[in-house]
Structure formats: C-alpha cells, structure tokens
Design a protein around this ligand. Sequence first.
Ligand code: HEC
Length: 111
Amino acid sequence: MMIRAAFLSIACVTVAMMQTPAVAQTGDSPVVKAATAGRTLPDAVDRELVMEACTRCHGIDVVLAQPRAPDEWIQVVSMMVASGMALTDDEYGRVVTYLSANLSYPVAGPE
Ligand code: HEC
C-alpha cells in the first residue's frame, strides 16, 4: 500500500514536470497581451479624439512609448501633420492639450 502510494506520487510529479514547459509556453502570450492591453490612453477630455486621430497610421503603443514635455508633444504632433496627418486647427490644439496634460513628465512619469 505504502509503496503504491509512493509510486503514484512520483508518477504525478513526473507528469507535472513533463507538462511544465508546455504550460509555460502557452502561458506566456496571454500575460504579454494583458500587459499591453493595460497600456492605454488615460481617461480625460478628448481621449477619444486622440485615440482616433493618433491610431490612423500606427498603434497607440507608439504614442504611449514615452512621456514627453509639452514642447516635445507640439513637435511630435507637428511632425505627424507633416507626415500627412489631417487635423483642423481646433483638433490640433485639443490633441496637443490632451497629450501635454496627460502624457508629459510631471503627470505621467516613467512607471
Ligand atoms: C499620417 C500618419 C500618422 C498619424 C495620423 C500619426 N502619426 Fe505618429 N508617426 C507616423 C509615422 C510615419 C511615424 C514614424 C516616423 C519616424 O519615426 O520617422 C510616427 C511616429 C510617431 C512617434 C514616434 C516618434 C519618435 O521619434 O519617437 C510618436 C510619439 C507619434 N508618432 C505620435 C503620434 C501622435 C501623438 C499622433 C496623433 C496626434 C500621431 N502620431 C498620428 C505617422 C502618423
């Protein structure tokens, strides 16, 4: 009886060890996805405008990659306009205001 129980527990450990690599492989990607999915624009006035306007050519991750000073956001948005981004003057102002208020150094520093 004792011997049989010992054999069973060894068998279970062996099976568990054999399964570990497979579990780790399939377990990785949902974790990575969850981490990226959590990275999104802060909820504030004009979030939807920025979300729509700044994901026409690339993902929002590019925008979230690093905080920038308000001056730098003006440069970035001007650069996007130069790359062909269509924005009215009103939208330009609101986008720059949103980015400066929500994604600049003092408010949203590096994690
Ligand atoms: C017309 C297409 C287009 C739109 C719309 C657009 N971008 Fe870009 N963006 C680009 C391209 C092309 C690059 C790559 C430029 C490069 O790295 O030379 C880029 C790169 C960037 C980068 C990385 C720049 C760097 O040097 O690190 C940031 C930040 C960025 N965009 C922010 C924004 C924001 C914020 C918006 C919304 C206001 C926006 N983009 C909308 C085309 C666009």
